[in-house]
Design a binder for this molecule. Sequence first.
Ligand SMILES: C[S@@+](CC[C@H](N)C(=O)[O-])C[C@H]1O[C@@H](n2cnc3c(N)ncnc32)[C@H](O)[C@@H]1O
Length: 262
Amino acid sequence: MSNWDKGSYEITAAQISPAAPAVADAVEPVAGQPALDLACGTGNVALELARRGGEVTGYDGAPRLLQVAGERAAAEGLSLERVQGDLSELPFADDSFEIVTSVFGLIFTSSPQDSAAEIGRVLRPRGRVAFTSWIEEGLFQYMQDMARAAVASHFGQAPPEGSDAPFSWGDELAVRELFSESGIALQVETRELVIEEESAKELNDRWFDLHPIWITMQEMIGDAAYEEMRREALPVVESHNEAGDGSFRNTLRYLLFEGSPV
Ligand SMILES: C[S@@+](CC[C@H](N)C(=O)[O-])C[C@H]1O[C@@H](n2cnc3c(N)ncnc32)[C@H](O)[C@@H]1O
C-alpha cells in the first residue's frame, strides 16, 4: 500500500480540484447536515462541503494530509472534524451521515465490498452519496498499467489479470452492482477534467519525483528500474499532449456516481 504522506500529494490535489465542486453539487449539502468525505486527502471536497454549510468529517489514512486539510480549513475559518482510518472499516455509528462523498479516493480501498457496505451502513435512509472514479483509458490508464507491470516484473510475476485483477472502478455497471448489494442505487455521468503543466517533462518529473504512489514504487523496484520507467513514460506523456505551444494539457474523463439508499 502507498504511503500517501510521502512526497507532495498537494500538487495532484490542485490538479484534480475541479472535481470537488462537481461532487458537492451532486449531493447539494444543506446547512447543518452531517457529511463524511472519504479519503479526503488535503480536503478539496471536505472544504467545499463545509463552505456550503455542511458539518463535515474528513476521513483519510494519511495523518500528514489530514493535518494539511485541517490547516486549510482553519485558514478559511471553517470547521472540519478529521478522523484517521482505513476505507474498509469506518469508525462511525449506523446512520451517522446525511452525505457521503469521495473524489478519486474510494477507488483505493483494499476491499470495495467492505467499503460499499460501510457506506450503506453509515448513510442515513434518505441520505446522498457521490464519488468519482477514472475511466480506464488514456494517460492515467497507461501510467497505472506501467506501474502494475513494473511491480509484477520486479517480483517475477505476471501483471494481475482475470480474477486476480483489482476491482474495476471505471466499469460503471460493476460499480452500480457493488453498491446495489449495499442497498444504494447509483446514477452515473461522464465528466471531464483538464490537467495543465509547464511542459510534458515537468509533469512526468513531478509524478516521478513527488507523487506518493510513484515514490512508494521507487522503494519497491529500486532506483535503476525506476529511472528506466521515467524515461519510458516521457514519450507517452508527450503523445497525450493536447497543447500546441510547448506547454502540456490533457483532458481526462471520469465517472461521477451519485445516488441514495433504496
Ligand atoms: C488521489 S487522493 C484523493 C484525495 C482527495 N479526495 C482529493 O480530492 O484530493 C487518494 C486519497 O486516498 C487516501 N487513501 C488511499 N488508500 C486509503 C485507505 N485504504 N484508507 C484510507 N485512505 C486511503 C490517501 O491517503 C489519499 O489522501
